[in-house]
Design a protein around this ligand. Structure first.
Ligand SMILES: C[S@@+](CC[C@H](N)C(=O)[O-])C[C@H]1O[C@@H](n2cnc3c(N)ncnc32)[C@H](O)[C@@H]1O
Length: 212
């Protein structure tokens, strides 16, 4: 990867963290091949763990970064943690508008600091696929209230690494003094509510048709 193009990514992960251990923990627990990352910016770390990635972002800097395809591929090939050849696709634009992605084809949907990804892009996720969501913008809360998603557990940082945890699922998404969760206000403010027990990442299963 050319130094200049590498810099936007390395500067970014220095500030925001690579979060590679988050993706390692997901790979350890679930069978994942194809991944969709709407609102990725230049965060290509998932390509070091998963072989088939589609990134989406509306920021011009992300578009410019991803136009250096060969440099990105070189870097991924050097640092990847799997045997297959990496496949990396970038779709510029707003993930809320129709995208060139076949419906229900993706194994993992990543939602991290990028708005309501679960709401606007769940049609691309397979039935039985996995949603990895943070709640800084309230997307995990939104998924938790969506009958198309079943809450499976959280990723907890313990003994120096993230691990999947599903032993105390009923303790999550509970507000102090049993206050209710106001989805309309989350949609307006794009901010997840404060919960009595919270996690950095929440994992959901897409399960359309199994919830009547
Ligand atoms: C705070 S950055 C987070 C980047 C990355 N997800 C991470 O966690 O490091 C949010 C990114 O989401 C993108 N974004 C937000 N809403 C979007 C939308 N509707 N369509 C496409 N990109 C969007 C922004 O352009 C920005 O690059």
């Amino acid at each position: 990867m050319s130094k200049e193009n590498l810099k936007i990514y390395t500067d970014y992960i220095e500030k925001a963290g690579s979060r590679i251990d988050v993706f390692r923990a997901v790979k350890k627990e679930f069978r994942i091949k194809s991944v969709l990352y709407p609102g990725s910016y230049v965060h290509i770390t998932p390509s070091l763990i998963f072989s088939e990635l589609t990134y989406i972002d509306s920021d011009k800097r992300a578009n410019k970064f991803f136009s250096q395809e060969d440099d990105i591929l070189d870097h991924v090939v050097k640092c990847k943690e799997y045997m297959e050849n990496p496949i990396i696709r970038f779709l510029p634009g707003d993930y809320q508008s129709p995208m060139e992605i076949r419906q229900e084809t993706v194994d993992l949907l990543i939602s991290d600091y990028a708005g309501f990804v679960s709401l606007h892009t769940k049609q691309y996720l397979k039935n039985g696929g996995i949603l990895l969501a943070g709640d800084s913008h309230g997307d995990a809360t939104l998924a938790n209230s969506d009958p198309d998603f079943l809450f499976l557990g959280v990723l907890k940082f313990k003994k120096g690494q993230y691990r999947f945890h599903n032993k105390d699922n009923e303790s999550y998404f509970k507000r102090y003094r049993n206050k209710s969760v106001d989805i309309d206000s989350i949609m307006k403010t794009m901010k997840g509510p404060k919960y009595s027990n919270s996690a950095d990442y929440y994992i959901f299963l897409k399960q359309v048709g199994n919830n009547e």
